[in-house]
Design a protein around this ligand. Structure first.
Ligand SMILES: Cc1cc2nc3c(=O)[nH]c(=O)nc-3n(C[C@H](O)[C@H](O)[C@H](O)COP(=O)(O)OP(=O)(O)OC[C@H]3O[C@@H](n4cnc5c(N)ncnc54)[C@H](O)[C@@H]3O)c2cc1C
Length: 261
């Protein structure tokens, strides 16, 4: 099985600040981490490889520092990595991101399984996985919580739904997105850390992937960020005083007055 894991490097905090002029994240002074759901994708990719032969390749699209996420992936056991980084990729929306990732996956050659996280900590759309499957014209299963069986040209998985689990069988190649219930990610090994330090990470841009430059970055994006802002949290609180019974009566009166009971 040749597995591709898509990893995104994200700010390691939800306390991000937005530049009001450019509507982009202020990244200075913020530690970057592998998107938490992608750590589960990574672990599952390695586990699939460990079931038999093949290799796991981790790819990430981002600025040069996203290389750090790929070095971490090497330290836990991926075989190959590719960083997709090019000024032309800047300003990509999810569609242009998926187009670029799909271009890289096609260039890698025969891939049997593509694993993404269910969503990211920053963009949070959960769109890239399904868009990837659309572009690669292969099946897609979301919210996978267990890979039950992998056979010749097929895979059976459990996916989380609101009221339990669904069991889905799909042909391969396929794209899946995973939830955190799927595994417990391993820690890096000393050998892995040493390997990650000396590894040479190939960097691919538009030229290397032979993709349409009009379909990447801002020019390939159908959506535009008009404004990013934090919602204002307004909260009117009232503390009831006196005996407990009076407090309860006051509370019930307030709830009735506001049509809540
Ligand atoms: C108009 C527009 C302009 C934007 N401009 C910028 C910009 O200038 N700079 C910027 O940083 N962001 C920009 N973004 C955000 C960018 O589109 C998203 O970061 C990106 O498309 C991924 O979307 P998401 O974070 O919602 O991923 P989701 O769809 O939530 O991710 C699901 C999974 O897909 C995979 N995945 C997602 N992104 C990547 C990636 N980059 N590499 C590898 N795997 C990935 C991961 O496995 C992830 O768990 C812009 C968005 C819009 C709409």
């Amino acid at each position: 099985m040749n597995v591709v894991v898509c990893l995104k490097q994200v700010p390691g905090t939800t306390e991000v600040k937005i530049d009001p002029e450019t509507n982009t994240l202020i990244r200075q002074g913020i530690e970057n981490i592998i998107n938490p759901f992608d750590a589960y994708a990574l672990e599952e990719g390695i586990r699939v490889r460990e079931r038999g032969e093949g290799k796991v390749t981790a790819i990430s699209m981002g600025p040069p520092q996203a290389e750090g996420a790929l070095r971490e992936a090497i330290s836990v056991g991926v075989d190959e990595t590719v960083l997709l980084s090019d000024r032309a990729f800047a300003g990509a929306d999810t569609w242009a991101t998926a187009y670029t990732l799909a271009g890289a996956i096609k260039k890698l050659g025969q891939s049997d399984l593509i694993i993404c996280g269910r969503q990211t900590l920053d963009g949070d759309t959960g769109q890239v996985g399904p868009e990837l499957s659309e572009m690669l014209e292969i099946p897609f299963v979301a919210y996978v919580s267990k890979i039950e069986e992998i056979g010749e040209g097929y895979m059976r998985v459990q996916r989380m739904v609101e009221e339990g689990h669904e069991v889905i069988e799909t042909t391969l190649p396929a794209v899946i997105t995973v939830v955190k219930e799927i595994n417990v990610p391993r820690l890096p090994s000393l050998r892995g850390i040493a390997r990650s330090k000396s590894a040479v990470i190939p960097v691919w841009g538009v030229q290397e992937m032979e993709i349409d430059p009009n379909r990447v970055g801002l020019s390939g994006s159908f959506t535009k960020v008009i404004k990013i802002f934090f919602p204002q949290r307004a909260c009117n609180s009232e503390i009831f005083q006196g005996e407990l019974e009076n407090q309860v009566e006051c509370l019930i009166g307030k709830l009735r007055d506001n049509g809540l009971v």
